[in-house]
Design a protein around this ligand. Structure first.
Ligand code: XMP
Ligand code: MG
Length: 179
């Protein structure tokens, strides 16, 4: 375990097993449809590539960069699109792939935007969710794990651009971000 990590919440094996379950569920729900998988960079990258390989059916990839965080560990409450999707979303069945839903602010802005642009459907897959932190009620269609209110890193998630490459999800020691 990395010395900045206090506790491992989910091991590589646990994540793999859960991602497989989500993939099977998505495969089943989207039979006969061509999914446009929209990953939110950068945090969702690891989950995105693993989940995509667990979906047995036609899938296209696209990505977006949104920001509201910077170097802080709490949401600033507004969302900026720094890189938009390349695809024309009209008539498409979109599955947004996110690393973690915290306040819900990010997705509560993105989902209506994609529907406004003419998407046929917009659903949400997230690896992690912190329900106790929700400010906006947002329906989550596929959720890997619910977690308590702690700052987590690994499997794509970062603090100050670090720890994304850890293969597990862990809670960061407070002293790492308190000074
Ligand atoms: P909202 O609040 O809009 O935020 O749901 C979602 C975004 O917040 C970031 N986030 C975290 N990132 N560890 C992280 O590395 C965390 O514990 C954490 N909590 C929220 C994340 O970027 C997500 O996309
Ligand atoms: Mg993110």
């Amino acid at each position: 375990m990395h010395s900045d990590v206090k506790q491992v919440l989910f091991t590589e094996e646990q994540i793999k097993a859960r991602v497989r379950e989500l993939g099977a569920q998505i495969t089943n729900d989207y039979k006969g449809k061509n999914i446009l998988l929209c990953g939110i960079l950068k945090g969702a990258v690891t989950f995105f590539t693993d989940l995509a390989r667990c979906i047995d059916g036609p899938v296209e990839f696209d990505f977006m960069v949104c920001s509201s965080y910077g170097a802080s560990t709490t949401s600033s409450g507004f969302v900026k699109i720094r890189k938009d999707l390349d695809s024309d979303v009209r008539g498409r069945d979109i599955l947004i792939v996110e690393d973690i839903i915290d306040t819900g602010v990010t997705l509560s802005k993105l989902k209506p935007l994609l529907l406004e642009r003419g998407a046929a459907s917009v659903k949400i897959a997230t690896l992690l969710s912190k329900p106790s932190r929700r400010k906006v009620d947002i329906p989550v269609d596929y959720n890997g794990f619910e977690i308590p209110d702690a700052f987590v890193v690994g499997y794509g998630l970062d603090y100050n651009s670090r720890y994304r490459n850890l293969p597990y999800i862990g809670v960061l020691k407070e002293e790492v971000y308190s000074h």
